[in-house]
Design a protein around this ligand. Sequence first.
Ligand SMILES: *Cc1c(COP(=O)(O)O)cnc(C)c1O
Length: 424
Amino acid sequence: MTDTDIPLEAIAAKVGTPFFLYNAAILRERMADLAQLTRAEGVQARYAMKANSNAAILKEALAAGLWIDAVSGNEVLRAKRAGFAMGAEPPVVMLTCDVFRDNGLAVVVQEGVMPNVGSPGQIRELAEAGYRGPIAMRVNPGFGHGHVQACDTGGPSSKHGIWHEDLDGPIAMARDAGLRIEGLHAHVGTGPQIREFDENMRKLADVFGALLPRFPHAVAVNFGGGIPHPYRPNAERFELEPYRAFLSHAQGMLSKLAKRSVRVEIEPGRYPVAGMASLVARVKEVKATRSNDKGPGHAFIMVDAGFNDLIRPAMYGSYHHISVVGAGAGREPEPFAVAGPLCESGDVFTRDDQEVIQPRMLPRPEPGDLLVLHDAGAYGAVMSSNYVSLGRAPQVLWDDGRATLVSRRETVEDVVRAECDEAL
Ligand SMILES: *Cc1c(COP(=O)(O)O)cnc(C)c1O
C-alpha cells in the first residue's frame, strides 16, 4: 500500500500507536478481482471472513456480491449484522467448523444457514437439534498443503473434513436423518509454491468429479480458499485469469458429469484483505547485543507493537515486509531484528519458521519514527489478543482521503468486561 500518501502521524496523533490501517481503495480492488474471477454463470466466491471480520470489511464484501464462509456461530451473526441474507436459498452464508461449540448449532437451526459438516458426529448433532435443511460435506481429499507446515489443510495429518475413502457411513447417516447433501467441499490451502495451488485445484476437480455420482443432490462444489498473496516485495503475484478459466471449465465439466447444473464455489480469505492493511508501530529504541560463545549479536529495533497485535511471524515465522517512516527513512540499510514489548523471546517480527531471528536490511530509525508492518490485513487484527492486558489495537479505515475509526483501542474496562464473581 502507498503509505506515503496517508498521513500516518496525523492518524497516530488521534488513535495512538500501534494501529491497523486499512486502505479502502486496495480492499475494493481485491474484492472486485474476486467478483471478476467468478463472473461466469454458476461460479460464486465466498469471502472467508475469519481473515478479517470487521463490519467495514464485510460491507465491502457484500457490495462486491460475494457470499460468506463463516467458521463460528458468532461469525454467522456478524455476517447477518453486516446485511448478508440468512437461510439456505441460496446458501449465502455457509458455516464451516470442525466442531460445533457455543451457539454454532443453535445459529444453524435458528438462521437456517447451511452447515458444512466435517465429521459424522456433526451430522448426528444437527439431526438431534432438529435441523432438517440442506448440508454440505467437507471432504479431506487425501492431499493438500497450507502456506506453512503448521497449516495442514488436507492429507493424512490434517484434522479437517471426512477422509475421502470413508464417506459411505456419513452419506448414509445424512440420508437417514433426512439431511440432503447439497454441497461438496474441500479446502486444501496455499502451498509455499505458487504452482502447487494450481496443481491442487486440478487434482481437486478430479476428486469432485469422481465423488459427484455418489451425491445425487449436490448442486455445489466448493474448492476452498487459499489464493496466494505476495507477501515478499519481489514475489510473483498470483495470476487470476488462468484460475478464472479453470473455474469456468470445472463448472462445465462437473455439471456435465452430474447431468445437472453444479455451482462451483471458492472461498478465499487472505487474498482480498492481506494487502490492504498495515500495522503501524512506533520505534521506541534501537539497541544491540554483542556476539559471544552463545551466538551472534543483533541490533534490535524495539517497537510498541507485539505478537499480541500481529501473531503470524511468531506463530508461523511468516514474512511481513517492513518499512521505516520518519527521520531514519532514507539511511543506508543495515541488518536489524524488529522486536516488540512483550516479555517473550518470541516477540520478534523478523523470524523464520524455525524460530530463528532473521535480521532484515532496514534504515536505522530514530526513536519516534514509525515502523510499518505491511500486508497485515489477513489474520492480523482477528488473531490479536489481550495477552498482557494491553487491549487490542484500533483499526482505521482510510477511504478517499478520510480516516475512519472502525474499531477503537480497547481499554482496561474492555479487558476485564467478562470477569465476574458468580456462584454456579
Ligand atoms: C481459512 C479458510 C479459508 C480461507 O483461507 P485463505 O488461505 O485465507 O484463503 C477458506 N475456507 C475454509 C474452510 C477455511 O477454514
